[in-house]
Design a protein around this ligand. Structure first.
Ligand code: UDP
Length: 238
């Protein structure tokens, strides 16, 4: 499905893709490469919302497993997403792209607070808006944050750029018979408990009729390929 008819997209990148080949943190060279892809999509005429995860720095669940209070860990995870958002903002601005970071947790001296109408105005002016700090609440994920912002900002599609090139019938690493779905319904993703996004995010997209496009961001040029319909991907829809 080419997304040419779509005007406004939300691109969700898991924090891990910012690591590049590293095992932790942010690789500025890799972030610069990602920023080029985002810029190309903007130059192609799309209005772009960005949500970046924090898994390259901190996850609340991992903190809890090592004795940290879960909610404290989740707030730390949300703060990690703000660092990633700033790294991406920096990379985009180095390419001359105007951006604004809006955080679900207000931090006035770092970035704007999330204000939907203001974000709308930024998009209308051609700026890329990076939504940071997920939903602002513990026990959620940035996937849910992405689905929420996609719904609030009336996005035509949610693109999930991750390490795998779509949704498979089984784990392709362990099952040689695993096949990739071209399209799949929200209901099947939920009923089969396919681990592509958390259930809250999928349900939110279902309710708001927002297609989810799962693709690999590891391969250079894939954002453009997904948008023009020539990419390898799985589309979650009705
Ligand atoms: N997080 C949270 N609420 C949110 C979004 C994120 O508590 O609305 C925390 C949570 O601890 C999560 C971490 O931030 O593990 C990083 O986000 P996520 O795991 O979604 O990042 P990704 O897997 O996309 O890199």
């Amino acid at each position: 499905m080419p997304l040419k008819d779509k005007k406004r997209i939300l691109l969700k990148l898991s924090g891990e893709v910012l690591m590049g080949e590293q095992e932790y943190g942010i690789d500025p060279a890799y972030v610069a490469r990602l920023a080029e892809e985002v810029k190309a999509a903007k130059d192609a005429g799309y209005e772009i919302c960005l949500v970046i995860g924090g898994g390259n720095i901190f996850r609340g669940v991992a903190g809890a497993a090592r004795g940290l209070d879960r909610t404290t860990g989740d707030y730390m995870g949300m703060l990690a997403t703000v660092m990633n958002a700033l790294a991406m903002q920096n990379a985009l601005e180095q390419l001359g792209v105007q951006t604004r970071v809006q955080s679900a947790i207000p931090m006035a001296s770092v970035c704007e607070p999330y204000i939907r109408r203001r974000a709308e105005r930024h998009l209308q002016k051609g700026r890329i808006v990076i939504f940071a700090a997920g939903t602002g609440n513990p026990f959620f994920t940035t996937d849910t944050g992405a689905a929420l912002r996609a719904a609030e900002m009336n996005c035509d599609a949610l693109l999930k750029g991750t390490s795998v090139d779509g949704i498979y019938s089984a784990d392709p690493k362990t099952d040689p018979n695993a096949t990739r779905f071209e399209t799949i319904t929200y209901d099947k993703v939920l009923s089969d408990n396919l681990k592509v996004m958390d259930a809250a995010a999928v349900a939110l997209c279902r309710e708001n009729h927002i297609p989810i496009v799962v693709f690999s961001i590891r391969e250079k040029g894939n954002v453009a390929r997904v948008l023009d319909g020539s990419g390898v991907q799985t589309i979650v829809q009705e």
